[in-house]
Structures are given as structure tokens and as C-alpha cells.
Design a protein around this ligand. Structure first.
Ligand SMILES: [Zn+2]
Length: 45
């Protein structure tokens, strides 16, 4: 899945994406940028 990478300043494919639940109960995905390895975060399942 794609997410915005703040380091690359563009959308990148997310590596090792996994689902997490935020404090407000909403689902989000976290992973790492495929290109630079920066941690990525995307709201929504
Ligand atoms: Zn990146």
C-alpha cells in the first residue's frame, strides 16, 4: 500500500505494513518507506 514519505517528499510503497489502532479507536497502518526506510503512517485500514 502507498503512503506519503516525509523524507522522500512523495508517495512510496510501504514496506512491512501492519495495522495498528489509534487512541481514538480508528485503524491506521504503519510501516517503512521502501526507498529510504523512514517510518510511515497512514490513517485508514
Ligand atoms: Zn522515503
Amino acid at each position: 500500500m502507498e503512503a506519503y514519505c516525509v523524507k522522500c517528499k512523495s508517495k512510496r510503497e510501504m514496506k512491512d505494513a501492519r495495522e495498528v489502532t489509534m487512541k481514538n479507536g480508528k485503524k491506521a497502518r504503519t510501516g517503512a518507506c521502501q526507498v529510504c526506510g523512514t517510518k510511515m503512517f497512514k490513517i485508514g485500514g
